[in-house]
Design a protein. Structure first.
Length: 319
């Protein structure tokens, strides 16, 4: 039997909520930030990459299968799918084993996406790049005794033509370790199910676990899953989302049209490449600018990443 090589970074069962039928057999709308194109697709044909979680057996333990991570993710998805389905049907935050399965699903969802895997690469690459800069500052390259070669090395590195290659297994090891850390922190939060009612649709970006500050912070301060004054927002479908806070739950679990548009604006501000939606949607940005689905497509086709006066670093997100 051939080894599956197309790995979904957003599960088909998860994306099914945004289809026209609410099932994996239905079709959802896809927006591509890199081209501004939009089209409809089935979940099976969306949010996937070749060999994304494939283990390099040449550098792994003998008892591992190349698809072990992909298989484990499938187990996590299967355990959480009925829990999410019941939440979409109207149930609240689950308890016991269902709660653990839901938290495991979100922890995996937070780190399995391509944007987070590139972030892991940058973390692993940083010490080597820091070492290069230190050697450069200390004049180590001048000690080569060949000024032309030394200048060429510096030029290639500064132009980004010399890259530190991250091994697949190192990337996956750090992803798995990070999932365990995030899971521990997600479990400790207080969660609320948010519903849109008739206030419009929530979208699903290819980086759907949104981590936000809830209070203004110093410029350049990044939120963390374990930090106070942060919120974790995860859309579960066009009409349902989860919000995780520290210490207390929201008293109002119904999103107004303005709050639906606000969260869509936040999700758009963190999109890596693709947006998935059921139909049209509204987005409200912190600058006060607004978008509809076709506005986003037109802007992306024109090469504009963000609407006029967009302020992604303003930490006053609210909840």
């Amino acid at each position: 039997m051939s080894t599956p090589r197309k790995h979904h970074y957003l599960p088909r069962s998860y994306l099914a909520a945004w289809t026209d039928t609410g099932t994996p057999e239905g079709r959802l709308q896809v927006l591509d930030r890199s081209t501004g194109r939009s089209w409809s697709a089935r979940p099976a044909d969306a949010a996937k990459e070749t060999d994304l979680y494939m283990i390099d057996l040449a550098g792994a333990s003998a008892d591992l299968e190349a698809t072990e991570i992909e298989t484990t993710f499938g187990t996590v998805e299967s355990a959480a799918a009925p829990v999410i389905k019941r939440i979409l049907a109207g149930e609240g935050v689950p308890s016991g084993e269902d709660y653990e399965n839901l938290m495991a699903f979100m922890a995996v969802l937070a780190l399995r996406v391509p944007a987070r895997l590139r972030w892991i690469d940058n973390i692993l690459r940083a010490p080597v790049e820091a070492l290069y800069r230190r050697l450069e500052a200390e004049g180590a390259f001048d000690a080569l005794g060949d000024p032309e070669l030394s200048a060429k090395v510096k030029e290639l590195y500064d132009r980004g033509l010399v890259r530190v290659e991250i091994k697949q297994n190192a990337r996956l090891d750090m992803m798995v370790a990070g999932i365990a850390d995030i899971l521990r922190l997600l479990v400790l939060r207080r969660w609320t199910v948010l519903r849109t009612g008739h206030s419009g649709d929530l979208i699903c970006p290819d980086h759907p676990v949104l981590l936000e500050w809830t209070k203004r912070q110093a410029p350049g301060t990044s939120p963390g899953f374990g930090l106070q004054d942060t919120a974790v927002f995860v859309p579960l479908g066009p009409s349902t989302a989860l919000l995780g806070l520290w210490g207390s739950e929201l008293t109002d679990a119904t999103l107004s049209p303005e709050r639906v548009a606000f969260w869509n604006g936040e999700l758009l501000g963190h999109v890596d490449r693709f947006i998935f939606s059921r139909a049209d949607f509204a987005a409200l940005y912190r600058s006060g600018c607004t978008d509809r689905r076709m506005d986003v497509c037109a802007r992306w086709r024109a090469g504009a990443e963000k609407p006029p006066s967009f302020q992604p670093d303003d930490p006053d997100s609210g909840s």
